[in-house]
Structure formats: structure tokens, C-alpha cells
Design a protein around this ligand. Structure first.
Ligand code: BGC
Length: 378
């Protein structure tokens, strides 16, 4: 057998070439050096490969996205001391996301985010029945919503955006029309995550999309969000009945625990609301993109602002988290009120509420939504 002696210089050349080959496979490095996207195998689902795409910007911020459910798996941002930490809930592997009772951690939600009363609604005189999955109501798209399907993922030129596409077929989960949906996640150089949704249908249908990331800006240091200071630019909210279905009224927040018009600790009034916050606020805005919410966590100094084109936001304080999820990141126990969501959306049950902004999408129209989560410290 022939033996080859490799000198340290040749070894260095060999390792450099090997490294280049690996990074060519896994990393697309933009010439402007603004961002990178790396990929990691995340298992398989229904015979399809699931990949985790990690977008990293020049500031070192990282965002993880998988093509199962379009789920945000991690958002790693700096605190005021310059230390990085992951500010959203999630699991170490795909199995975690597949477990029964996973409360939509980080997922894309559709066709209809939030609740549809008894799953029933009427378009052009035809009554449709969306799949029921929540105490006789339809929640977040039904039994197999957009959070439980495999999306086609493509990294866009520039390496700061990942495009996800999904075709939902006519009748899926009780919704009419073949619906083509695209979601583009972009990590900007100044630490914003932009989520742009577009959709079109070949029949009249109803849609409501959101992202269901749960934030705890302490990055694992605090077991609840009571010290988080939240502002919601909303003078009104949509009160709900015991099934969490809007009554149709719009109520003033002024003088009530629902008032977040000036920044307020989540813990200040949470006990005055049964279970905690789980409501839709009516945003003080017209058409177009506007900054409508912020969250500040004083210990880490992390500050998050939310801008959206949507008319509403579901501010939910993780009321149904019970600490029973397995495979959580770093084994963290996600108990009640561990994290909060800021789900930009149209109002719940809009198809049954003629006075709410319409969620009807007609053939020939293109639905657009932009939501931006921006991270900084102060
Ligand atoms: C809803 C909650 C629901 C949760 C599921 C939120 O968007 O408002 O009522 O329990 O999603 O994790």
C-alpha cells in the first residue's frame, strides 16, 4: 500500500480548499457582505426534507426559519451589554414542532389566523365549514393549517431574504379556491425582520395571515413576561365571548386593563383579565405600513418595535402554556405567561362580522401584508 506524506503547507492548502467547498455548499456569501444564509438538515416530514435556513446580518443577528410551517426557529439578538440571546420560544429539533399541542411556536398561520365562529361562514350565498379544532371553533386554519405544511423555500439573491411558497388547493380545510401564497422573510442590516405576504385565489375566498412567534426578550433569563413594557397604539379592542369569539363590538380601552396606549408593564393589570391577555386590538392607523407596537425588557435593554399594514393585533400572553412541552430549547420550561405574541392580523371572525374590515379575496386581486419586527437596545 502506498503511503502519502502530507506536509503542513499541503495540509493547509487541502483544508482551505475543503473549507471553501463546504462553505460553497452551505453558505451563500454575498459580495457586499451584507448577510449570509447557511442551511442545516432539520429532518423529514411526509417524505420531504426539512431544512433550517439561518440568516445572519453584519451585526451578527441571526434568524432561523424552517420550511415546515414557515416556522421562525430562532431570533438571536444582542442585549445592552452586547451579549447575544435567543428571544423566541421553540424546540431543538423537528420532533418538538411536530408534537401534539405545540402552540404554533414561530409558525406562519393561514388560511384564517385566529378564530372563525363554529368554522362557518358564507360567501356569495354558499355556506362553508372550516375544520374545527378548538372547542367547536376553527382556530388558525383548522386541523392542518399553514403551520403544518411543507413550503417551497428559495434563498433570494442578496442572501438576506428567504422566499417560501405554498399552494393551498380548492377545498383545503374547508376553504374555497386554489390559493397561491408567498411569504418572504428578510433580515435587514439594521436588525429588522420583514415579513411580506402575498396571495391570490381563483375563487372568492377569505384569508387572514400572521406569524405566531412568542417573544421573551430576556432570552431565557426571566420565566415570565410580567416586567416587559408593552405599548399598543390602539384606542379600542374587540371584546370576546367565553369561546373567545368577538361579540362584534369595539370597546374603548381607556380606563381599563386593556389600555396600552402609553407603555405599561404587562404584569401591572394582567390579573384583572381572566387568564391574561388574548385579545385583538383595533390599531390607530389607516391603510399602509405604520409602527403600532413596542416591547421593552429593562434588564436586557432589548427593545422591539412592530410595524404592520394590518388593521389589528392579537396580543396574547401565553395563557395556555402549561410547562408540558418536550424537547424545548435548552430544556426551558414554558409555563403560563412565559412569552407573548404580537400577531398582526385582520380581526377574528371577520367573515361573520359585516362591520369589521373585509377579509374577502377575489380572483384577479393580490393580497399583500407587510409586518416588520425591529430589534434594538436602550
Ligand atoms: C390565540 C389563543 C390560542 C393561541 C394558540 C393565539 O393566537 O389567540 O387563544 O390559544 O393562539 O397557541
Amino acid at each position: 500500500m502506498k503511503k502519502y506524506k502530507i506536509g503542513s503547507f499541503s495540509l493547509f492548502i487541502f483544508l482551505s480548499i475543503f473549507n471553501m467547498a463546504c462553505s460553497f455548499n452551505n453558505t451563500n456569501k454575498n459580495t457586499m457582505d451584507t448577510a449570509t444564509i447557511t442551511t442545516k438538515d432539520f429532518g423529514t416530514f411526509e417524505g420531504k426534507r426539512i431544512t433550517e435556513y439561518t440568516l445572519t446580518n453584519v451585526a451578527g443577528m441571526q434568524v432561523g426559519i424552517i420550511n415546515y410551517g414557515g416556522i421562525l426557529t430562532k431570533i438571536i439578538t444582542k442585549d445592552k451589554a452586547g451579549d447575544f440571546g435567543d428571544v423566541i420560544t421553540g424546540y431543538d429539533s423537528l420532533e418538538g414542532y411536530l408534537q401534539k399541542g405545540n402552540p404554533y411556536f414561530g409558525a406562519l398561520i393561514g388560511r384564517y389566523a385566529n378564530r372563525l365562529a363554529k368554522g362557518t361562514y358564507t360567501i356569495d350565498g354558499i355556506t362553508y365549514h372550516a375544520a374545527l379544532n378548538n372547542n367547536g371553533q376553527s382556530l388558525h386554519g383548522g386541523l392542518k393549517g399553514f403551520d403544518k405544511v411543507v413550503w417551497d423555500a428559495v434563498a433570494l439573491p442578496g442572501d438576506s431574504s428567504l422566499q417560501l411558497s405554498y399552494k393551498s388547493i380548492d377545498g383545503e380545510e374547508g376553504y374555497p379556491g386554489n390559493l397561491q401564497v408567498q411569504v418572504v422573510y428578510t433580515l435587514t442590516a439594521n436588525n429588522s425582520i420583514k415579513i411580506e405576504y402575498t396571495a391570490s385565489s381563483d375563487k372568492n375566498t377569505v384569508i387572514n395571515f400572521t406569524n405566531h412567534a412568542y417573544f421573551n426578550l430576556s432570552a431565557g433569563k426571566s420565566p415570565n413576561i410580567y416586567e416587559h413594557i408593552v405599548q399598543l397604539k390602539a384606542d379600542k379592542y374587540t371584546p370576546v365571548d367565553t369561546s373567545l369569539i368577538p361579540t362584534g363590538a369595539l370597546l374603548d380601552v381607556k380606563g381599563t386593563p386593556m389600555d396600552f396606549t402609553t407603555p405599561k408593564k404587562v404584569g401591572q393589570d394582567i390579573d384583572k383579565v381572566t387568564g391574561g391577555y388574548d385579545h385583538n386590538w383595533v390599531l390607530n392607523k389607516g391603510e399602509g405600513l405604520a409602527e403600532i407596537a413596542s416591547v421593552y425588557e429593562p434588564n436586557s435593554g432589548r427593545y422591539l418595535t412592530v410595524a404592520t399594514t394590518e388593521p389589528g393585533i392579537q396580543f396574547y400572553t401565553g395563557n395556555f402554556l402549561t410547562g408540558n412541552l418536550t424537547g424545548t430549547k435548552k430544556g426551558i420550561i414554558y409555563n403560563k405567561h412565559y412569552a407573548l405574541t404580537l400577531e398582526t392580523q385582520h380581526f377574528p371572525d371577520s367573515p361573520n362580522q359585516p362591520d369589521f374590515p373585509s377579509t374577502l379575496l377575489k380572483p384577479g386581486e393580490t393580497y399583500h401584508q407587510t409586518t416588520v419586527f425591529s430589534f434594538s437596545t436602550k
